[in-house]
Design a protein around this ligand. Sequence first.
Ligand code: S5P
Length: 271
Amino acid sequence: MMRETYEARAAKNSNPLVSDIFRIIAEKKTNLCVSLDVTTTTKLLKLADDLGPYVCIFKTHIDIIDDFSYKSTIEPLVELSKKHNFLIFEDRKFADIGSTVQHQYDSGIYKIVNWAHLVTVHGVPGSGILSGLNLAAEPVVQKIGQHRGALMLAQLSSKGSLAFGEYTQGCVQMANESNFVAGFIAQSREATKLKSESVASRDWLILTPGVAIGITGDGLGQQYKTPEMAMERGSDVIIVGRGIIGDDKEPIKEAIRYREAAWNAYLKEIK
Ligand code: S5P
């Protein structure tokens, strides 16, 4: 499919966080997000420093870090995000009522809202989840002058996922009614278009996980497509975990390969 350049979309988007992301992608010429699914702070920070130049966003699952501490895990990660100009996306997959997620976002040991530009959110509980997260984000946005936003899980990459059809449409409807939503985790842009379009659709940021080269699954339900396939379906950013940082991989070499594949696929499609 043909698409506009990231630069053009950055200039037009009314959501400042989405504009920032499109701008970083255009400047660094990378639409790659690496999923840093590792269990130690040392591995997390080494990968963030080594791969920082090749990504626009790093995705984390901060609750799988065995030796987590705010000071030794988060503070250096935030420094690296400034050094290499990437954003941080904590894949928290919030899924509770507004009041609970508000605290899960700003309290506990992780205090996610302080450092993660993006977080993932399930639509299951209804729109209160977005209001609760937004309540936690407002004071932080005020205080540190950075933007915060949610990516709603419109579709999942895993086999047998229940997130399709009417559920996906419901998520898009919820997103349309909240300024806190930056975009979607989805397998295709098409799925994030409302069938009954009464309001003009926003220019959503679409991130696509379940991307790998030369492998179709992981034996636990993950289903892979290639960077080219994800881009052809209208993705803006591919999310790659084990394809780049897997035990048998050379992460820098793989990051360069995936970045090139996704960037060339984008170049083929621009108007
Ligand atoms: O539908 C999804 C949504 C997400 S956020 N499918 C996914 O795989 N993810 C996440 O992307 C998942 O939690 C994991 O962190 C990453 C994929 O990792 P990989 O090693 O399979 O590339």
